[in-house]
Design a protein around this ligand. Structure first.
Ligand code: NAI
Length: 300
């Protein structure tokens, strides 16, 4: 696919050295922090926007704290982490992102109308490429409101972004060859691997991952086994690096619920969220970020 895309466009016009100049990230939550970390470590200047400057500054502080952890764990050199930390800037709003960035990645919450608004505002900053980190919303639906859908695609990173080296790249119907080639080049710049998929709801990873996660929750509901035991069957029996319930805690049960609701709307009953998932989210048991989900997650 990369070869095809590059053959079509010849030498990519938007070279990786543009990426080193600057990228923008919108939404500094779980994913935005991780994506900012990856770009900064790779050598890009990162402008990070959230709902306001205070939130953006908090997100930048989280990226720097994660870089420090990377040093403690021997994953990053002290200098690399310090340089990466210095490359990230908090901005007060999308309108304050510099014009003409090489790439803007949208990573706000999984809500179609919010994402449509955010992407519309991001497009006004005229980036070369605009990408969404959506886990499940159709890239074509998001592209429908854009003036330049040819420059738009999905870049679906995985959590934790610093440890999982895959980007699921979603090509929309309007995504141009050069946009795809630029994104694949960017993935290489980040030292990551790409899996290119067409635009279907849930793409490949969320459609499969959510199905496993929902069934595991139904099994807890039915008293089949404790969460640890269910996860262990997949971890040891199927060699999954992490079981579906622990994965759900890590992703955020609210995020999983939003994705399941979206996919149930598209594919029907088989993605209907179990009552236990709704109950846990309503009680604020969101997994690691709230301290409790299917597991206890000591804070701090
Ligand atoms: P999160 O809830 O941790 O963070 C979302 C961030 O967006 C928050 O910091 C929030 O303040 C900010 N935000 C909300 N409205 C905004 C606006 N109008 N302008 C700027 N910032 C705004 O969510 P998370 O988990 O980081 O998810 C973000 C996206 O990434 C979602 O589309 C999700 O489906 C996707 N995703 C999540 C994964 C996960 O494991 N959590 C994995 C892969 C994709």
């Amino acid at each position: 696919m990369l070869a095809t895309a590059l053959a079509t466009v010849g030498e990519p016009l938007r070279r990786v050295d543009r990426m080193e100049r600057a990228v923008g990230i919108i939404g500094g939550g779980t994913m935005g922090v991780g994506v900012a970390y990856r770009f900064a470590v790779a050598g890009a200047s990162v402008h990070l926007a959230d709902i306001d400057l205070d939130h953006a500054k908090q997100s930048v502080a989280q990226v720097r704290a994660s870089l420090d952890i990377g040093v403690e764990r021997g994953k990053l050199g002290q200098d690399t982490a310090a340089q990466a930390g210095a490359r990230i800037t908090a901005v007060a709003s999308i309108d304050d992102l510099p014009e003409g960035l090489a790439l803007i990645v949208e990573a706000v919450v999984e809500d179609m109308s919010l994402k449509a608004d955010v992407l519309g505002a991001a497009e006004q900053r005229r980036p070369d490429v605009l990408a969404s980190n959506t886990s499940s919303i159709s890239i074509d639906d998001l592209a429908a409101g854009l003036q330049t859908p040819q420059s738009f695609a999905g870049m679906h990173f995985f959590n934790p972004v610093w440890a999982i080296h895959l980007v699921e790249v979603i090509r929309g119907a309007a995504t141009s060859d050069i946009t795809l080639a630029t994104i694949l080049e960017t993935v290489g710049f980040l030292g990551m691997e790409a899996a290119v998929v067409n635009d279907v709801p849930g793409f490949a990873s969320s459609r499969l991952g959510i199905m496993l996660g929902l069934e595991a929750i139904r099994m807890v509901e039915e008293g089949v086994a404790e969460p640890e035991a269910i996860d262990r069957t997949m971890e040891l029996g199927y060699r999954h690096a992490m079981g579906p319930l622990r994965t759900g805690d890590l992703v955020g049960l609210d995020v999983r619920l939003a994705i399941a609701e979206h996919l149930a709307g598209v594919y029907g009953e088989r993605f209907e969220p179990p009552a236990l998932l709704r109950k846990m989210v309503a009680e604020g048991k969101l997994g690691r970020k709230s301290g409790e989900g299917f597991y206890e997650w000591p804070q701090g």
